[in-house]
Every structure is written in structure tokens, then in C-alpha cells.
Design a protein. Structure first.
Length: 559
């Protein structure tokens, strides 16, 4: 167990604050090191940048196309972060990621705060640190999407709900700040990702009421002012977007985005039930060694009100996600707070032999998997600059697994998970550094670098927009601006004829030359970018052409 003299460092507000700090340290390398990612992140960031450029903070658009899939919350947060720390012209992805890391910190702090009331200060801090350091949350913390902030909002709501439920079970009156946390978290989750937060929160409330055969505690939530508060958070924008799009937003968001995910495997992401259970040991790393103990605790201590609450937070939502045909790895993230709290609760008592041995086996397997994955990435896409980062990833992932396993086998569960978290955070940061150095996967940044080197980038005052064939990825649009033309071969030839640069994928080369000859235009090849489009799984070779009359630049490959 943790030493008694450490209690003063995690007492009161210090525990949640330190848990938030763990989340910050775990997510910061991803935020700082990774280039703009395809595809969702760059779509979110580009739509936000267009809001800042146009001054329209109601309608959501990617280039000229409506992006009516998710509510406005994350776009407003990203816009505020960019306005406060940077500018649209910089095309720097890091400011757009700030809300995500703040969401991860909120999730870790809320988890620690709830855990302190449930199981004591030590367990509370441990739960927050487990959640903040988990590979899934710390990865989402550095990506400019909705999921880390959604996790923060849902965890905040569930932390408030937990305190209300436990007070009711103890015969005490819930206090208004806890109710406020619940309703604020719920409203924020809706503004960020529509009904997804409700998929976690509502089934938990229903399951608890059915299990206890008591709905009276629900009357103490403050419905009379809570629902109006949620309406105040969501309503103004919902009304504005309905008017601005003549109801088109709701038709697209529900009929075009949500319904296909529920009805079938949308966008090729259909997977059979059990997928999330299979990948959780990896996503929950470095606290994987506590997974079996967490599940065992949920079963054997289910009569305890706090454990019962966590089971009802975790199980119904998890089953819904497993039974939904469309599956992406991050969908279960809002339930990870319950899993972290169950893991921390398990540490408060001796862990059974079976749970210890299965946990050890799982964590060694995941550590080995991370090492093998790093070697494979280095072999397939790495250059010499990636070797140091990959070595650090391998060493610290294996150390996190082996040291945690050794301590767990010697019945030092709390020390084991603390050591695993410390080493796992370093491994995760090194993995981010490894990915940054895999140049073939960073096609869009390579293209931007080549355009700048050839003095053809629109930011340099040259004629634009750039026309590109084949590689129609949002990351390139984000780096080169809204007006970037996602063209075919004929469009690229027209761009040259108009005095604009063109980028042509190898498969379009013959058609491009024919179209250019028909227009009587010639362009100079000033660079070649070769890489791997991981969104499509295809290798690409893209040639950059300067329009006639542009200053000469020496051609050559960009690696």
C-alpha cells in the first residue's frame, strides 16, 4: 500500500488536482508531437478554423460542405482555445487540441473526487491516476476531437450522481453542488456529442432504480431547475442551428450519422460483439494488471452501494456499445471512470490469487504487444530518427509490464499500479515521439514542407489555391487552407493553366499529362512526396508541379 505520509499530499482537493496532473503529463506528448491526423481530427480543426475566419459560430462546415454530424460544443471550445493562444493563420494543430487535454484532466479529477467519497483519499487518487494515464484517454487527450471532453463531461455528471445516490442510500439530503455537477455534466455532454452521454447516464439511473427497487432517490436530483439548466446550455444553439439550416442539421445528424451507426457497421466499422472486451487490456494499460481484480470486485462486492453504482455505470452502457454494430475503439471511453474506480476499490483489499495471476498475464501480454508493434512500425515506416523513440517505447512498455507484474505477484498491488502508471506514461509519450518520426505516415506535413521549400504555399502570397489529386485528406486541407481544391487530373491541369500549383498522385499522372497537353500548359516538377495514406491503407507518390512562370526550384524527393 502507499505510505501513510503520502496521505497529506492527496488529501482534500490535492488528490483530484494530482490526478489531473497525471492526465496532463500523459496526454501532453500526443498534443505536442503528433502532426494533424486524418481524418476526424483535421475535419474538426478545419471546421473550427472556418468558424474563426468567417465569424459564423452557428453553422458547421468543412470547406463548402455542411458538417452536420455533431453538436457545436467542441468547435466553440477549440475556437476559444485558438483565439486565446494562437491564430488561424498559423495552421498549428496544438491549440485545437487544448480542449481535449482539459477534458481528460476534468475526467481524472472528477473520478478522483468521486473515489475519495466512495473508498477514501488513496483509492480516489489512484482511480483518477489510472483513468488519466490509461492509453485510451491519454491518446484522446492529445487529439482535437470530441471524445476526451465527452469523457470529462460524463465523468463529472456520474461523479455528481454518485454523491447524490450515496447520500440518498445513507438517508441524507443531497447537496446542491452535487446536483449542479450532474446537470452541468449532462448538459455539456449533450452540447458536445448529442445523446451519447445519455447512453451512459440514463441506463445507469434506470439500472440502479431497478436493482434497488427504489426510484425515490431520483426525485432528489433537482429536476425543477436541472432540466431548465440543460435547456439553457443546449437550447440557444439548437434553436439557432434549426433556423439556420431549416432543420437540415437534425436530419443529417440523426438520419445521416447516428442512425447508420445503430442500424449497421457505418463506414466499414462494423464488428461483432466482444470487440471492446478484447481490446480493453490494451486501452486500459498501464493499469491492465488490475482489470481482473476490478471485475471480481464488481461481482463479489455488489451489495455495497458504491460498488453497485459503479457496476450500473459500467455494465449497461458497455452492453449497449457492444451490441451497436458500428464500433470504434474510443466509444467505451465514458465508462472507463467506472472501471478505474473498481480497480482502485480492488486495491483496498487483498486481491485473490486468480485475479493477480490473470492480471499479470494480461499486462505482460500487452507490454509485449506494444513492443512488437513498435518494432513493426519501425521496420515498415521508420527511419534512423525513429529508432531512439521506438527503443524508449519498447523499454518502458516492457518495464511497466514486468515491474508491475513482479510487484503484483508479491502482493504489493498499490505499489505495482503506481509503478506501472509512472513507467507507462513514459512509454506512451515515447510512442507519440515514435509516431511523429514515421515520416511515410505524415504525407500532408511532407507536402506542406515541399510547397514551402518551392515557394508555392498560399501562405507565402503565391497564387492559390493548391489543387491536389488522389490524396484528398482533411489534414492537407487544414494545413493549406479552406480553398484547397480536391481535384481530379483535369482539375489539376486547369490549376496549372490558371497559374496555380498542382499536386498529382502517381495513378493520375497519365490523365494529368493528357489534360495538360490538351490545354497547352506545362508545369515543372519541383518535388516528389512518397508515403503511406493510413486512412486508405495505400502507398502514395505525389508530384508537385509549379505553374508556368514560377521561379525555378530544384526537383527532388521529400522524405
Amino acid at each position: 500500500m502507499m505510505r501513510p505520509d503520502l496521505d497529506r499530499y492527496i488529501a482534500g482537493w490535492r488528490g483530484p488536482l494530482l490526478a489531473a496532473l497525471v492526465a496532463l503529463l500523459a496526454g501532453l506528448p500526443v498534443l505536442m508531437l503528433l502532426p494533424p491526423l486524418d481524418r476526424d481530427e483535421s475535419r474538426y480543426a478545419q471546421a473550427t478554423s472556418q468558424m474563426l475566419e468567417s465569424g459564423d459560430y452557428i453553422d458547421i462546415r468543412f470547406q463548402d460542405e455542411p458538417r452536420w454530424k455533431k453538436p457545436i460544443g467542441i468547435y466553440w471550445m477549440q475556437a476559444a482555445a485558438v483565439a486565446a493562444t494562437s491564430s488561424v493563420e498559423n495552421r498549428d494543430i496544438a491549440p485545437y487540441r487544448i480542449p481535449s487535454i482539459l477534458g481528460a484532466m476534468l475526467a481524472a479529477a472528477a473520478c478522483a473526487w468521486a473515489g475519495a467519497a466512495m473508498f477514501g483519499q488513496r483509492a480516489g487518487f489512484l482511480a483518477g491516476a489510472i483513468l488519466g494515464a490509461s492509453f485510451l484517454l491519454s491518446t484522446e487527450a492529445g487529439i482535437a476531437k470530441t471524445d476526451a471532453m465527452l469523457c470529462g463531461a460524463v465523468t463529472l455528471a456520474m461523479a455528481g450522481l454518485a454523491r447524490i445516490y450515496l447520500a440518498a442510500r445513507a438517508g441524507e439530503a443531497p447537496v446542491r453542488p452535487h446536483k449542479l455537477m450532474f446537470w452541468l455534466g449532462l448538459g455539456l455532454s449533450i452540447l458536445i456529442k448529442g445523446p451519447i452521454g445519455l447512453i451512459v447516464i440514463a441506463p445507469a439511473m434506470i439500472a440502479l432504480s431497478v436493482w434497488d427497487r427504489d426510484v425515490s432517490w431520483l426525485k432528489r436530483l433537482g429536476w425543477g431547475w436541472g432540466l431548465p439548466l440543460v435547456a439553457l446550455i443546449v437550447g440557444p444553439w439548437a434553436l439557432a442551428i434549426t433556423i439556420a439550416t431549416d432543420g437540415g442539421f437534425w436530419r443529417e445528424a440523426i438520419g445521416g450519422d447516428l442512425a447508420p451507426k445503430v442500424a449497421g457497421g457505418d463506414e466499414g466499422h462494423g464488428v461483432l460483439p466482444g470487440f471492446y472486451l478484447l481490446i480493453t487490456p490494451l486501452l486500459f494499460f498501464p493499469a491492465t494488471l488490475l482489470l481482473p481484480a476490478a471485475l471480481s470486485t464488481g461481482w463479489h462486492r455488489r451489495a455495497e452501494p458504491a460498488i453497485r453504482f459503479l457496476v450500473c455505470w459500467l455494465v449497461p452502457a458497455w452492453l449497449i456499445f457492444e451490441l451497436t454494430p458500428t464500433k470504434l475503439a474510443h466509444y467505451t471511453l465514458p465508462t472507463f471512470g467506472a472501471l478505474a474506480l473498481l480497480a482502485a476499490a480492488a486495491v483496498s483489499r487483498p486481491i485473490g490469487k486468480a485475479s493477480r495471476y490473470v492480471g499479470v498475464g494480461l499486462t505482460i501480454f500487452v507490454g509485449g504487444l506494444l513492443a512488437i508493434g513498435s518494432v513493426w512500425l519501425l521496420t515498415e515506416y521508420g527511419k534512423s530518427t525513429a529508432q531512439t523513440w521506438a527503443t524508449l517505447t519498447i523499454v518502458f512498455a516492457i518495464l511497466a509490464a514486468l515491474i508491475g507484474a513482479f510487484l503484483m505477484l508479491h502482493r504489493a498491488a498499490a505499489t505495482a499500479v503506481v509503478a506501472s502508471i509512472a513507467l507507462g506514461v513514459v512509454a506512451h509519450g515515447a510512442l507519440a515521439g515514435t509516431l511523429r518520426q514515421l515520416r511515410p505516415l505524415s504525407v500532408a506535413p511532407q507536402l506542406e514542407k515541399a510547397l514551402l521549400a518551392a515557394d508555392l504555399h498560399p501562405r507565402q502570397g503565391r497564387a492559390g489555391p493548391v489543387a491536389i489529386t488522389g490524396f484528398h485528406e482533411p489534414s492537407f486541407v487544414f494545413l493549406t487552407g479552406r480553398d484547397t481544391e480536391l481535384a481530379d487530373a483535369a482539375g489539376a491541369a486547369r490549376a496549372l493553366a490558371e497559374g496555380r500549383p498542382a499536386i498529382v498522385e502517381e495513378g493520375d499522372a497519365d490523365a494529368f499529362r493528357a489534360a495538360a497537353a490538351q490545354l497547352g500548359v506545362t508545369g515543372r516538377a519541383v518535388g516528389v512526396v512518397e508515403g503511406h495514406n493510413y486512412s486508405k491503407g495505400d502507398d502514395v507518390s505525389l508530384t508537385i508541379y509549379a505553374p508556368p512562370g514560377a521561379a525555378p526550384a530544384a526537383p527532388g524527393p521529400v522524405r
